[in-house]
Design a protein around this ligand. Structure first.
Ligand code: GLN
Length: 490
C-alpha cells in the first residue's frame, strides 16, 4: 500500500515500528502537494514550507529513535488557515491577513505538535470561516476531487480536499455552523466537531465565539478518535470558555456493541427539499445500523427551520464584534493612502475584507444596534435556548441522532451564483447542533447524483464524543465508503 493510502493509525504504527521514517513520510506528502500545485488542480494549500516540515520530521525521527515519542509521532497533518501558526503564515482566507505571521501557535496546533505530528502546511478556507462552499476565500476556490467542477463544501474546504485527495492523512478544521461536517460529507471523509468548549479556541481566528469549535478531519472514525484525544482538554488560562473536562482517550471506546442503541431520526431532517439521492443514502445507512443491532426511534426537532434565521443573526452579530480588531493598526493589511485615522480604518477595511464578510459585519452591526437588539438579537438568543431544549427532550428518547448533513450533494462551482441565501439554506441540518453546542460527526455513507459522496450526520449529547466515534467506527467496520477514493488521485 502507498504511504498516502495509510490511515493515521496505520502510519503511526509503521513509524513506531521504524518501518518508515517521519522524514520519508513527510517527503512523500510534500511531493504530492507540490505535484498538485504544479497542476493547480485543487487549490487546497495556501502555504507550505518544506524546510519547516522536514525539520519537524527530523525532530520526530529523533524522538522515535529515543523512544520518547508521542502517540502521533511523525504523522503529517495540515491545518486550516484559521489556526494561527508560528512557522507558517496565517491568513484566515482573507486579504486582510495576507502574509501575517503569528508570534505563537494555536493551542490545538501546539497540542497536536506535542503529540508528535508534523505540519505539512496551511489549508484554504472561506474568509474568516464564513461560507459553505469555500468560494468566499480571497485566495480562490478549492475544487472537489470527486468532480473538480464542484465545490468541496466549506468553510473547511481545503481541509476536506487535502484528506480526500490523499495530500494529507489528516487535517484540522473548525465548525461554527457545520464547517467540519458539511465539507467532510461533500468530500467523502470523516470529521467530528466536539462539544462546545472541549477544544481550546486560543489561536483560532475568531468568527462567532459562542459557536466556534475545532475538530479533526480524517478518513476514519478511528483516526478522528486518535486526533481528538490530542486536541481536547481544558485551557483555562487562554480560553475562558474552555471546559474543565479532562482530556480523554477516545480510542478506548471503539469496538463497543451497538446492540439496543436507540438512533433518533428527526422527522424535520427528511422534509421537502432533501434530494432523493441523499434520502436514499441516509435510509440505507440507517438500515445498516439496524443490522448492527441499533433501533430507530422517530423523534422531532420542531425548530429545525428556525435554526437558519437564528444562526444568521447570532453568528454575524458576534462576527461584527470579533472583526473590529482588523483596523489596520495592530496587524494585517493597512491602506496605503488615507487622510486621517477614520479614513485609514475605512479604506483598510474596505480593501481588506471580501463581500460576504462585509455583508455579515453590516448585518451583525444592525441586529446589535439600539432599537433592533430586542427585536432580532434577543429573540434569536431565546430561540437558540429553545433549540437546545428540543435536543434535550429528544435525548430522553434516543442515544444518538442521525440524519443528512446537507440536503444535497456538493453543488457546482458558481451554481448559487453569488446568492448567499442559497448557501445559508443548505446549512439547515448542521446549524441546530451548533447552536445547541452539541458534538456532531459526518461519516461517508454512500454516493449520490454525479457519483458524489453523501455523508451521514451523527449528533450526540454533550460530552458523548466517545459514543459518537464508536457508532461511526462500527459503521465503518461494516462498510467501505470511507475507503473509496476519487478517481485521478491514486
Ligand atoms: N456556513 C456557515 C457560515 O457560513 C458555517 C460556517 C462555519 O461553520 N464556519 O457561517
Amino acid at each position: 500500500m502507498e504511504l498516502h493510502d495509510l490511515t493515521v493509525a496505520q502510519l503511526a504504527a509503521k513509524l513506531r515500528a521504524r518501518e518508515v521514517s517521519a522524514t520519508e513520510v513527510a517527503q512523500h506528502f510534500l511531493g504530492r502537494i507540490a505535484a498538485d500545485k504544479v497542476g493547480n488542480t485543487l487549490g487546497a494549500f495556501l502555504a507550505t514550507d518544506s524546510d519547516v516540515t522536514l525539520a519537524q520530521a527530523k525532530a520526530a525521527d529523533q524522538r522515535l529513535a529515543a523512544g520518547d515519542a508521542g502517540p502521533l509521532a511523525g504523522v503529517p497533518i495540515a491545518h486550516k488557515d484559521i489556526f494561527v501558526t508560528r512557522d507558517f503564515p496565517s491568513t484566515a482566507g482573507s486579504k486582510m491577513l495576507e502574509g501575517y505571521r503569528s508570534p505563537f501557535d494555536a493551542t490545538v496546533v501546539r497540542r497536536l505538535a506535542e503529540a508528535g505530528t508534523v505540519t505539512l502546511g496551511k489549508l484554504n478556507c472561506d474568509e474568516f470561516a464564513m461560507g459553505s462552499s469555500n468560494e468566499n476565500s480571497a485566495y480562490g476556490p478549492v475544487k472537489n476531487p470527486w468532480d473538480p467542477g464542484r465545490i468541496p463544501g466549506g468553510s473547511s474546504g481545503g481541509s476536506a480536499v487535502a484528506v480526500a485527495a490523499r495530500l494529507a492523512p489528516a487535517a484540522t478544521g473548525t465548525d461554527t455552523g457545520g464547517s467540519i461536517r458539511q465539507p467532510a460529507s461533500f468530500c467523502g471523509i470523516t470529521g467530528i466537531k466536539p462539544t462546545y468548549g472541549r477544544a481550546s479556541r486560543y489561536g483560532m481566528i475568531a468568527y462567532a465565539s459562542s459557536l466556534d469549535q475545532a475538530g479533526p478531519m480524517a478518513r476514519t472514525a478511528e483516526d478522528c478518535a486518535l486526533l481528538l484525544s490530542a486536541i481536547c482538554g481544558p485551557d483555562p488560562d487562554r480560553d475562558s470558555t474552555s471546559l474543565d473536562v479532562p482530556a480523554e482517550d477516545f480510542t478506548r471506546s471503539l469496538g463497543g456493541s451497538l446492540e439496543g442503541l436507540r438512533i433518533g431520526v428527526p422527522r424535520e431532517f427528511f422534509a421537502e427539499g432533501v434530494s432523493a439521492d441523499v434520502r436514499a443514502a441516509t435510509e440505507s445507512a440507517l438500515q445498516q445500523y439496524e443490522k448492527l443491532g441499533a433501533r430507530r426511534v422517530a423523534i422531532s426537532l420542531p425548530r429545525t427551520e428556525l435554526a437558519i434565521p437564528v444562526y444568521y443573526i447570532i453568528a454575524p452579530a458576534e462576527a461584527s464584534s470579533n472583526l473590529s480588531r482588523f483596523d489596520g493598526v495592530k496587524f494585517g493589511h493597512r491602506a496605503k493612502q488615507y487622510t486621517d485615522l477614520l479614513d485609514m480604518y475605512r479604506k483598510t477595511r474596505a480593501e481588506g475584507f471580501g463581500d460576504e464578510v462585509k455583508a455579515r459585519i453590516m448585518i451583525g452591526t444592525y441586529v446589535l444596534s439600539h432599537g433592533y437588539y430586542d427585536a432580532y438579537y434577543l429573540q434569536a438568543q431565546k430561540i437558540r435556548r429553545m433549540i437546545a431544549d428540543d435536543f434535550q427532550q429528544a435525548f430522553t428518547q434516543c442515544d444518538v441522532i442521525a440524519g443528512p448533513v446537507a440536503p444535497t450533494v456538493a453543488w457546482h462551482l458558481g451554481e448559487h451564483g453569488g446568492d448567499p441565501v442559497a448557501d445559508y439554506l443548505a446549512d439547515i441540518f448542521t446549524l441546530p447542533g451548533s447552536l445547541a453546542g452539541l458534538p456532531g460527526m459526518s461519516i461517508p455513507a454512500g454516493f449520490g447524483e454525479g457519483g458524489m459522496p453523501v455523508g451521514l450526520q451523527l449528533l450526540g449529547n454533550y460530552f458523548a464524543e466517545a459514543k459518537l466515534l464508536n457508532v461511526a467506527h462500527r459503521f465503518q467496520q461494516a462498510t467501505d465508503f470511507h475507503l473509496r477514493k476519487p478517481g485521478g488521485f491514486q
